[in-house]
Design a protein around this ligand. Structure first.
Ligand SMILES: CC(C)(COP(=O)(O)OP(=O)(O)OC[C@H]1O[C@@H](n2cnc3c(N)ncnc32)[C@H](O)[C@@H]1OP(=O)(O)O)[C@@H](O)C(=O)NCCC(=O)NCCS
Length: 154
């Protein structure tokens, strides 16, 4: 196997998805179903991983999900994702979910998550991915978190 592919900038695969929460997205407490947020996270993470690697990807694991605040019908959900670190064929994706009140413009973090995506070839076998590098201070912080999580997993 060759050395790791050329590195790519984190900003190239940054993904932002916006959703408007409707009553059918909510539970008896009139807040969004956690499963909807998980689906948003998985999709954004997959798009980021596909953009970064240029390959088909599969979800290998949802490493963590932390819910900090609920989301009500009529609010706007912004889902952002970045490549936080790469392995040989895997990519750790950091996903940040915020809720925006359209009346005031106020936004707050509702959920954060780390998802491992693996690039696969036409036969479904894991295939090499490029490394990632930061171009801004904010991206450098995401790489730092990614390095910390990699050390934690061993
Ligand atoms: C993910 C998958 C491709 C890994 O295949 P595999 O034969 O175990 O491949 P490998 O052992 O070579 O591992 C490939 C990479 O995946 C990583 N990986 C495998 N299982 C993992 C897990 N549970 N969590 C995190 N990373 C994992 C490995 O660490 C390795 O990373 P690296 O190349 O960066 O070092 C395979 O398990 C699979 O297809 N799973 C089903 C995926 C799926 O259908 N997801 C949708 C669920 S709804």
């Amino acid at each position: 196997m060759s050395d790791q592919k050329e590195q790519r900038p984190m900003g190239n695969s940054h993904t932002l998805q916006t959703h408007l929460v409707s009553p059918s997205d909510t539970n008896h407490l009139k807040t969004i179903f956690g499963g909807n947020i998980l689906a948003y996270i998985d999709e954004a993470a997959a798009i980021t991983a596909m953009r970064h690697s240029g390959e088909i990807v599969v979800t290998a694991s949802v490493d963590s999900v932390d819910f900090y605040a609920s989301v009500k019908s009529g609010q706007i959900v912004n889902v952002e994702s970045w490549v936080a670190s790469t392995g040989r064929t895997s990519m750790l994706i950091y996903v940040h979910v915020s809720v925006e009140n359209p009346a005031t413009g106020e936004a707050k973090t509702t959920t954060t998550s780390f998802v491992t995506m693996v690039a696969i070839d036409e036969e479904g076998a894991p295939t090499e991915v490029p490394g990632v590098y930061a171009e801004t201070k904010g991206e450098e912080e995401i790489l730092e978190i990614g390095r910390g999580r990699k050390d934690m997993k061993g």
